[in-house]
Write a protein that binds this ligand. Sequence first.
Ligand SMILES: C[S@@+](CC[C@H](N)C(=O)[O-])C[C@H]1O[C@@H](n2cnc3c(N)ncnc32)[C@H](O)[C@@H]1O
Length: 286
Amino acid sequence: MTGRSTVRSTGRSAVLFMLAFAACVAAQDPRYGDALYQPRLRQPGKDVMWLPTPEPMVERMLAMAKTTSDDVVYDLGSGDGRLPIAAAQKFGAKAVGIEYDHDLAALARRNAERAGVAGKVTIVEGDIFKEDFTRATVLTLYLLPDLNQQLRPQILAMKPGTRVVSHAWDMGEWEPDTTQRLGDGEAFLWSVPARVEGRWALRDASGFFEGEISLTQRFQRIGGTLDLRGNVQPLLGAYVEGDIVGFTFVGRDGGIRSVRARVDGGTLAGSLNFAGSLTPLTGQRR
Ligand SMILES: C[S@@+](CC[C@H](N)C(=O)[O-])C[C@H]1O[C@@H](n2cnc3c(N)ncnc32)[C@H](O)[C@@H]1O
């Protein structure tokens, strides 16, 4: 082997090594963005850095919320727009992303355009603590535990039945209705419970059933008693799921009955079920 060929082959090895190294780095740190702007993973944001939800988790979160074309999905801190874009593209929903960072908001708008869903996706450049998201029927989050806690009172005041999905972080004492794992990630789902705590007068359409329930509530956990003309008994299996409240009780004849009703502010409307036969039932908050 001549000296020159050794130099040439050493040079070729170095180039091959550099190419392999570059490929390896690219595999570990995929590039994001487009020709105009490339965000860096973990780049600082106003209250939390940018780290994108992996695409399979994006889809899982929207599926957990049972997103449909009737929904309006809001993503708080929407980064490159992947959650609103998937909500529109894969679930047919209208979607809004709120993003503080100007360049990320602009990138998200271009991404929505490229995905062909610009008509269904709005990106608001703003602060999640100032913008109004009460219109959401599905709310998605990938923030931080303390930000979730700060937003919790606002979220609990949203329309009952609004589904909330958070990637990675829970809501402290407000237990999730469902948790799902995907790879290394985890997502939590809640349905905003109606506020039902207090006393309600109930009667069925036949006038046969008349009583008063007293409910205590901690998020979606409820319990209480039923007063049937002075006969007070604990409610069995009481639940609130979004704007639906229900419980079971033992009638004065010893028969098991159950109530399931929709809550609308200070009124309830539903039915009383006795052995499969349903009688309309209404209720008024006392
Ligand atoms: C962890 S990333 C999640 C991005 C996107 N939701 C996702 O799941 O791919 C959080 C995003 O919130 C943005 N952000 C941080 N503080 C914000 C604030 N106060 N208002 C709006 N956006 C904010 C960051 O710029 C970042 O894009």
